[in-house]
Design a protein around this ligand. Sequence first.
Ligand code: TXA
Ligand code: MG
Length: 340
Amino acid sequence: MLTLRLVLTGDESHDTPLIQQAAAIIRAGGLVAFPTETVYGLGADALNSEAVRRIFLAKGRPAWDPLIVHVDEPDAIRRYTRDYSILTEKLIHAFMPGPLTLVLPKREVISEVVTAGRETVAIRIPQHPVARALIRYSGTPIAAPSANKFGRPSPTTADHVLHDLSGAIDAVLDAGATPMGVESTILDMTTDPPTLLRPGGVPREAIEALIGEVRVLGEAYREGEPLPAPGLSARHYAPSAKVVLCAPLPDAFYSALEDALSRYAFVGAMRPEGWRVPDSTRLQVFEWGVWGDWQTLAQRLFLGLRALEAAGVHAIVCPLPPEEGLAHALRDRLQRAAHD
Ligand code: TXA
Ligand code: MG
């Protein structure tokens, strides 16, 4: 299969026909990768089980790992879910469209292929204008995981998508780099209090300020307990190089790089601006951004991991962000990328 690259320019008269072309592919049961405000998604008609099955094949994703359904308005959430509580109402009002995914009891029309046999469905309203236009023109909810091969770092550009999936999908809508760079926050509304399944674009603190305390999964569940969210396996988002985490201090970073250079022939560094690195021809540096500027660091996280991987490094040294605000999402992705 030849994968079409539909390059958008931000000009409506140029872009609309291309997005309509992509929508026609979705309606015909095809696979289209598209930008959201978080990362690129790999979309198919969520009401067409055959089309949804093709997503799993293209990604190499196990059938037990359910997909997020993308819709363009709150009414659509009511159409596909049940037991819509006042808390859910508040969250939708405050954070949607935006990088928040809610897990809710599903209605019959959402097939078990999408939810991997679960009685719940993960649903969100993306903010990116291209994602919203695609859903609208398709006239159907769009099931979409991140548009990477299963287990790999999520794609933040169309090049990343094509690197992993060229030839396996029908088209990619290319609107440049995605603005946030890390995936949506996933909140399970079927528990009391709600459970944070994945930290993401909407910080836990902002959610708690609105609806009170949420439960956060500890590290413990990773050690052989049944996974509350099937896709949240310990190792994920990983480049082919070994990811080595260090304390978020310039000296610790420098020592971790020296140590890595003594073990590996070619080393990559996710370097915060102004932090010192050893002088070595066996070191490849990715200029990540200013430490503490989490928005920039989030936007460039997967870009950096993929760039260093493409350079051929054997190990990537990276400081570990704190467990707060948007940094929590970066910390989570890096810990999974570093997991053996
Ligand atoms: O920002 C995002 O959320 C991106 C963009 C494309 O929307 N999507 C994304 O999808 O990150 P994916 O498939 O890579 O991650 C979705 C996660 C998976 O870990 C999956 O197991 C979990 O959501 N999930 C989906 N449905 C679920 C459900 N019913 N209950 C619990 N977890 C669920
Ligand atoms: Mg993913």
